[in-house]
Design a protein around this ligand. Structure first.
Ligand code: NAP
Length: 388
């Protein structure tokens, strides 16, 4: 079973079956035991969360939420009128995106697929940027079958290869299309130590560096589009609450590719911290230039997707114990669609969102110095990789 098949189960009431007394009694016993087990599991999880890194990533992080753990569980809306239970369709209800072109990286699956579907539903011209073009064509087929007027195209992009990023940008820029919105969504999580073809640790290379170069290469097009149309451009970086669980200094500039100190969870947190710092520094630069483009980052929630492929069993166990804080995919894509399309966020830039509301970040993610340092470091990395 693909993880995608299981992803719509979260936030849904349990299935109740009818049948003979025997079946009913069996089911009743089973569900009582299951309920008891769940209650016990939640209790245990709450205890464990104070000592275990991975559960604290899910639950302790939630405690830091401005909206609070209770809002996360109940779906109670925040100041925006939306909350953790809002879906991508709900938060874009009434939005006309027919004059917008959007690039969505990692559009073939999970949050990216739902984001692509809902942007297309609102009329946007959607470009799915994917390393697996076969899967992306399947995604396009599923979107256009359900919505025959949807405008969806697929372009090849492997974010772990700077050469591929350059080729993608060249191809897109030669198509003479405008570009209003860039959703930097693609990502990998917890993969074992591996260097990209450019010699950069894989999670940093894919989640941050590829998007850093991609954004820079598309920026002239976005600026020109914003200027000629008068429509605000938007860049949205998918980060994560996991940005709070990085290496002690945040970004290991001097040990980025050091296998000895590598820890796959901290490396993921590092790359997600980089997504926030990248958005923050780019937002500052664009503001200084007076460009009509906003840049924000977000945590989508915790959703069972293919992202969990390197830690599926652990994540499934955690999901069982902490089921109340998990979202389904339509809920998981809501914050991206809200930040990308909401009129309420006109002019809002350099911020971090979760559950469709502005959210606090870690102290490291607030650092202007770290953001600037990461920018310069990334520029150097891109330059040196170019010379390889
Ligand atoms: N799910 C969660 O609980 C959660 C929580 C916090 C943050 N996020 C963030 O949300 C984003 C979307 O994740 P998801 O949950 O929707 O996961 P997903 O279903 O695995 O989607 C990730 C997408 O990124 C693509 N991708 C991976 N490496 C790539 C590369 N080198 N070049 C181009 N595309 C690449 C994947 O393509 P392939 O199919 O070819 O691998 C896939 O289409 C990620 O940035 C993730 O960090 C997710």
């Amino acid at each position: 079973m693909r993880l995608d098949d299981a992803q719509n189960d979260a936030h849904r009431p349990p299935l109740v079956l009818g049948g003979s007394n025997f079946v009913f009694v069996s089911l009743f016993c089973y569900s009582s035991v299951f309920d008891l087990f769940q209650a016990y599991a939640v209790k245990c999880a709450c205890r464990i969360c104070y000592s275990y890194h991975i559960t604290s990533l899910l639950v302790l992080g939630a405690e830091n939420h401005q909206m609070g753990l209770l809002s996360l569980i109940t779906g109670r809306p925040g100041a925006s009128g939306f909350g953790s239970a809002s879906t991508a369709e709900q938060v874009t209800d009434g939005v006309d995106a027919s004059n917008l072109t959007v690039i969505i990286t990692g559009g073939p699956s999970g949050i990216g697929l739902e984001t692509s579907r809902v942007f297309a539903l609102r009329g946007a011209n959607v470009i799915i940027a994917a390393r697996n073009t076969e899967a992306a064509s399947e995604a396009k087929k599923s979107i256009t079958e359900a919505n025959p007027t949807a405008r969806v195209d697929v372009l090849k992009l492997d974010l772990s290869s700077l050469k591929s990023v350059r080729a993608f940008a060249e191809q897109f820029n030669s198509m003479n299309l405008p570009l209003n919105i860039l959703i930097n969504n693609a990502g990998v999580m917890f993969c074992p130590f591996q260097l990209s073809e450019d010699g950069v640790e894989m999670q940093f290379a894919t989640n941050h560096l590829g998007h850093f170069l991609l954004t820079n290469l598309l920026l002239d097009n976005m600026k020109a589009t914003a200027e000629s149309t008068g429509i605000e451009g938007r860049i949205v970086n998918l980060s994560s609450i996991a940005h709070e669980h990085t290496y002690p200094k945040g970004i290991q500039f001097d040990k980025l590719n050091d296998k000895k100190t590598f820890d796959r969870r901290s490396a993921y947190g590092q790359s997600k911290l980089a997504n926030i710092l990248h958005a923050k520094e780019l937002s500052r630069r664009l503001k200084e230039e007076g460009a009509n483009i906003t840049v924000n980052s977000l945590h989508p929630g915790v959703i069972m997707t293919n992202l969990m492929r390197h830690s599926y069993a652990v994540m499934k166990a955690i999901q069982l114990a902490t089921c109340l804080i998990w979202k389904n995919v339509p809920q998981g894509a809501a914050t991206t669609c809200y930040v990308g399309l909401s009129h309420e966020l006109k002019g809002v830039t350099g911020k971090y969102f979760a559950d469709c509301n502005e959210e606090k970040t870690s102290e490291l993610a607030k650092s202007d110095i770290l953001a600037k340092q990461l920018w310069e470091f990334s520029e150097e990395l891109v330059k040196s990789a170019h010379q390889i």
